[in-house]
Design a binder for this molecule. Structure first.
Ligand code: ZN
Ligand code: ZN
Length: 141
């Protein structure tokens, strides 16, 4: 989203943009972006500063760190960006938006809070079915 400072009215301006994540290099081994993401921004300016309040919504496809299944998730985050500007400037918020999303990535994506993961012996996904190596109950007894 490129913002022409001299086109921002005194009362502020609401803008919407959709980004293709492909050229932004936001993929991680366990986090993929297969769909465009959306940014709603409310832009205001003072004499020397542009203030962009951004509402970022980004769908993700993540791989669970415990069971290795892919699952859909999304990041929904608010951010405020400040730029020192003069009236002839054009501000591009893309880098800041990208940064906000990447910083919001979970360290270890987990498909559900109580994901049981994989059996370390046979690899059975224990969310789907139990296996004969399921010793958790014996150990806790
Ligand atoms: Zn899982
Ligand atoms: Zn097993």
């Amino acid at each position: 989203m490129k913002i022409h400072v001299n086109r921002i009215p005194a009362e502020g301006l609401q803008e919407h943009a959709t980004y293709d994540p492909a050229p932004l290099d936001m993929e991680r081994d366990d986090i993929h972006l297969r769909e465009p993401f959306a940014v709603d921004a409310f832009i205001t300016k003072t004499d020397a500063e542009l203030i962009v309040k951004a509402d970022i919504r980004c769908p993700l496809l993540m791989t669970c760190a415990r069971c290795l299944e892919d699952f859909s998730s999304n990041i929904d985050t608010d951010a405020i960006f400040h730029y020192k500007v003069s009236s002839a400037d054009v501000v591009d918020i893309t880098d800041e938006v990208r940064q906000e999303i990447v910083l919001a990535y979970p360290m270890f994506p987990i498909c559900q809070p109580d994901c049981k993961g994989l059996c370390t012996t046979c690899g059975q996904n224990l969310n789907v079915a139990r296996c004969s190596h399921d010793t958790a109950e014996h150990e806790s007894a």
